[in-house]
Design a protein around this ligand. Structure first.
Ligand code: GDP
Length: 372
């Protein structure tokens, strides 16, 4: 079960954002397998393909893809050294697969800023620094242990020793990179180095999506004096990471309105909610994808990692499907959308039989055949 964590300094709007997501996630409660924890929200991933398939097949039931969002409180300056909730916080953040980094860009004299003046770039620096320091600390310990075990082995030349040596060389390179002020995900690593890196669960290796919390007014007029500075900071320090402006106050208000008031409110501000974009970006930040199963009983989106092969995709539905995998009957959403029906897809020769090596494509609609 893959998760995205919400982090940021205190009072930047994390809970407000989290509540807006939770409130708008009414759908999740209709699904019995979704346990709802106080600090955890499951939200349906908006997808017009899914909506179209439900409309087309008119199934008895439907289950969309979900994103699990975790509220991670307690990150303050000095957290890596144990300040605030310190290590508790850090173990939470190590358990998520990607990060929403909320940064405050609204001024409000009634909302105290923990670091004094409003200064989003300083805030970005603080969090960037704390997360990196934690990676450095854990990596140093790991390297120390590794070197000691190598000393014990002497100059042993077996394959395991050589592997350990290679690992130490690679990780020392990562340590240098971190100490030079950079995040692991921004490094240019060889495949071998990536293997070692993947075993470490570095915080700074996780995908980050920056969410700039603006006042309702700034959000609606798409203007805020800090946004260009935040953008420039990201370009300089973590080029390629995504920045999405939103307004915590607005989203929370919207999430409490009935659909009609919502529309009126948005129309009066001439704007739209940023939540769908945030959720979709979070989902793809996890490098997830999904395929569909469609029939009169149910239309359902199944979550897989990008690049998953047919038998493993079948295993997401049930382990028996993977064990007894015979073949996958596959066509794509684009084909049924274009041709209008499953029958038309078949007569166009686009309803295909695929074997074990087939890599599932985004938007595939699959029917698995398997031995029981
Ligand atoms: P957290 O500590 O990061 O979880 O921050 P909260 O979500 O609890 O927000 C801290 C305070 O800022 C609360 O009083 C919120 O009502 C307020 N707040 C959150 N988002 C906005 C916003 O977009 N504009 C304004 N003016 N206040 C906000």
């Amino acid at each position: 079960n893959l998760k995205i964590g919400v982090v940021g300094l205190p009072n930047v709007g994390k809970s407000t954002f989290f509540n807006a997501i939770t409130n708008s996630a009414v759908a999740a409660e209709n699904y019995p397998f979704c346990t709802i924890e106080p600090e955890e929200a499951r939200v349906a991933v908006p997808d017009e393909r899914f909506d179209w398939l439900v409309e087309h097949f008119k199934p008895k039931g439907n289950i969309p893809a979900f994103l699990t969002v975790i509220d991670i409180a307690g990150l303050v300056k000095g957290a890596s050294a144990g300040a605030g909730l310190g290590n508790n916080f850090l173990s939470h953040i190590r358990s998520v697969d990607a990060i929403f980094h909320v940064v405050r860009a609204f001024s409000d004299p009634d909302v105290i800023h923990v670091e004094g003046e409003l200064d989003p770039v300083r805030d970005l620096e603080i969090i960037h620094q704390e997360l990196r320091l934690k990676d450095i600390e854990l990596l140093k310990k790991y390297i120390d242990m590794g070197e000691k075990s190598l000393q014990k082995l002497g100059q042993g030349g077996n394959a395991a020793d050589r592997e350990k040596k290679d690992e130490m060389v690679a990780l020392k390179k990562v340590l240098e990179w971190l100490e030079s002020g950079k995040d692991v995900r921004k490094g240019d690593w060889t495949n071998k180095e990536v293997e070692f890196i993947n075993q470490q669960n570095f915080i700074t290796a996780k995908t980050v999506i920056y969410l700039a919390n603006l006042s309702e007014k700034d959000f609606a007029r798409k203007k805020n004096k800090y946004l260009p500075k935040i953008k420039a900071w990201i370009d300089e320090n973590n080029q390629g990471d995504m920045l999405i402006p939103f307004s915590g106050c607005l989203e929370q208000a919207l999430s409490l309105m009935d659909p009609k008031s919502r529309e009126e409110h948005l129309a009066s501000l001439q704007t739209t909610s940023a939540l769908p974009k945030i959720i979709v970006s979070g989902y793809s930040g996890l490098r997830l994808d999904y395929f569909f199963t469609c029939g009169p009983g149910e239309v359902r989106a199944w979550t897989i990692r990008k690049g998953t092969k047919a038998p493993q995709a079948a295993g997401v539905i049930h382990s028996d499907f993977e064990r007894g995998f015979i073949m996958a009957e596959v066509y794509n959403y684009n084909d049924i959308r274009e041709l209008g029906s499953e029958a038309a897809v078949k007569s166009a020769g686009k309803y295909l039989q695929k074997g074990r090596d087939y890599v599932v494509s985004p938007g595939d609609i699959i029917f698995f055949k398997f031995n029981v």
